[in-house]
Unconditional design. Structure first.
Lengths: 109, 109
DNA sequence: ATTTATTATCGTAATATTGCGATGTAAATA
DNA sequence: TATTTACATCGCAATATTACGATAATAAAT
């Protein structure tokens, strides 16, 4: 075993879970914050900032690109990574639908 | 290797990431939704609803309890799982701080 | 054409997660 | 006391993730 049984869930649940999973790593949270804070969006700067190997940063960037939340465009001789606003806003919406639900307490609690 | 280097990140980043990681599984999303929807909060009902083994459900519930988002109290001869409202609201706050940031686009994008 | 700079990918070792059956535990019931 | 009910925990096999060094790949500079 060891494989998540995605087929037993609704698409919506699988989608939300996979977004949260990608965001559920401190390196990727840090990368996103660094990009958002406008300090820079160059891969090498992230390597210096985080102190992880370049291969590792590249791998994390790939996962973030995979969910579409960032996008890389060639700028001079580097790649500039930016937040993909449209996708970011979709995520906000998905998260809000889930987290801003009315949470009622049961009788037994 | 294979170990996340948590020591290189800020506590805040590690905390947010670990919350998101726990939520980043479709079974746990489904369990939360099921509890929220008031249908039931008994472990056995979740076993039937999701179609996973009882041991597996129990494990997922343990992880959710671990971040404090749910709480189990003994009700008759079962355990009633409920959303821990205070923690849920803290999470909402943490997530909103992160996701509702102003996202500006760089010059190069 | 060669070198340099920047990023991506490959292969691998260490570790973590997922899911399950088997077993343990605790309380209610017969 | 023995049995049943409802969960929790253990131990395991399969798979996934994390991080890294080495090595492409690409484009600019020399």
């Amino acid at each position: 075993m060891g494989v998540t049984k995605t087929e037993i869930y609704k698409d919506e649940q699988n989608k939300l879970a996979s977004l949260l999973k990608v965001l559920g790593h401190p390196a990727r949270i840090t990368i996103l914050q660094f990009i958002i804070n406008q300090k820079s969006c160059i891969c090498n700067d992230l390597v210096e900032e985080l102190g992880l190997a370049q291969a590792t940063i590249s791998q994390h960037l790939k996962e973030l690109k995979g969910i579409g939340i960032i996008q890389g465009s060639i700028d001079w001789k580097s790649v500039c990574y930016c937040i993909e606003e449209k996708v970011w806003k979709e995520f906000q919406k998905d998260f809000n639908i889930f987290f801003n639900q009315d949470v009622k307490v049961h009788q037994c609690c």
